[in-house]
Design a protein around this ligand. Structure first.
Ligand code: BG6
Length: 314
């Protein structure tokens, strides 16, 4: 390790937007935009990009950036009176210079603390005071951790209720070659059928058409296996009982202006979320929701990956 290793660099990104680059000793990196408090890039120690960002994303506020890890708060989806996925993803966040201490291991050097607070403007549509603290950490092994702490700072004695998601866009070689392990046999709410409840079959989840499902009360660990890339993403989550799986497929992709017509093939959203049971905070209360992403090489033997090993492994 060089003595000059810079773990955290503040600079300008696309369209002159402020960003923070996190780097770790073995060469992995991540980029976080203050606009949206959004991770836009996560690279492994070979410099390979692990997140999908649309080539048509304009990076022009007030539009949310299509790709990376948008934060959906205080509303996931369009069920509610706010704009789809809430407003946190198209607000300018600030660097949090003095975050309250974390109880967890803080030996990591590549991290940034961001904060979003209520504004007069937002109070017109969501009349609450809050502090949303987001820590993004790149671990020495290249794992990416996001921790959200949301506090009700209302002074009028009122509780508030919200839904939430880390809207992860994973980069995949070819959506037809990808499967998800860890969600089979679970109940889900189908966004394509007015959130009706169904039960998933026993097989691993594969993709051959549009999917937009909210799996409820899922295990804390989900694996996304990319056969062609021989790569497995492992998503671990805490405080976030649900998992949203979304791919727009060809017809819907054509209707999304900031997504290329063919780009649906190279993205898959698997989102750590709290949707089915909204979270309510009384004044002074804090909620914490955490996810950890890792990308591990996976071996391919006789046409089958062994997902159990992935799910059982650390
Ligand atoms: C997913 C939702 O999380 O996000 C989908 O389940 C939605 O219903 C998708 O279409 C993208 O949303 P947006 O607002 O970023 O286009």
């Amino acid at each position: 390790m060089s003595a000059e290793m810079v773990f955290v660099e503040h600079c300008k990104g696309i369209s002159g937007l402020d960003k923070v680059i996190l780097r770790e000793v073995r060469g992995s990196s991540a980029e976080v935009y203050l606009y949206g408090g959004q991770v836009i890039s996560w690279k492994n120690d070979h410099g390979e990009e692990l997140l999908f960002v649309s080539s048509k994303a304009p990076f022009k506020p007030p539009k949310a950036i299509r790709g990376g890890i948008p934060i959906c708060f205080p509303q996931f989806g369009s069920h509610g009176h706010l704009e789809q996925h809430g407003f946190a993803r198209n607000r300018f966040w600030s660097i949090d210079h003095d975050p309250p201490p974390f109880i967890t291991n803080n030996s990591n050097k590549a991290f940034v603390d961001l904060i979003l607070k209520h504004s007069e403007e937002d109070a017109k549509i969501w009349p609450h005071r809050y502090e949303f603290r987001l820590r993004v950490t790149l671990g020495p092994g290249g794992d990416l951790m996001l921790t959200s702490r949301i506090r009700n700072t209302n002074t009028d004695g009122k509780s508030f209720t919200f839904t939430f998601a880390y809207h992860n866009y994973f980069s995949v070689s070819d959506i037809s070659e990808v499967r998800i392990e860890g969600l089979e046999t679970l109940d889900y709410l189908d966004n394509l059928q007015d959130r009706q409840r169904f039960t998933e079959q026993g097989d691993a989840i594969t993709f051959e058409s549009e999917v937009d499902k909210i799996y409820v009360s899922t295990p804390t660990k989900i694996a996304i296996l990319d056969h062609e890339k021989k790569r497995t993403f492992v998503l671990r989550k805490d405080g976030l009982p649900d998992a949203v799986v979304w791919n727009p497929w060809d017809k819907k992709a054509k209707l999304i202006p900031d997504l290329g017509d063919e780009e649906y093939k190279h993205m898959l959203c698997v989102e750590a979320a709290a949707v089915e049971k909204p979270i309510t905070l009384k004044p002074g209360e804090e909620w914490k929701g955490r996810q950890e992403l890792s990308a591990v090489p996976s071996s391919y033997c006789s046409g089958q990956l062994d997902p159990q090993k992935v799910l059982q492994g650390n």
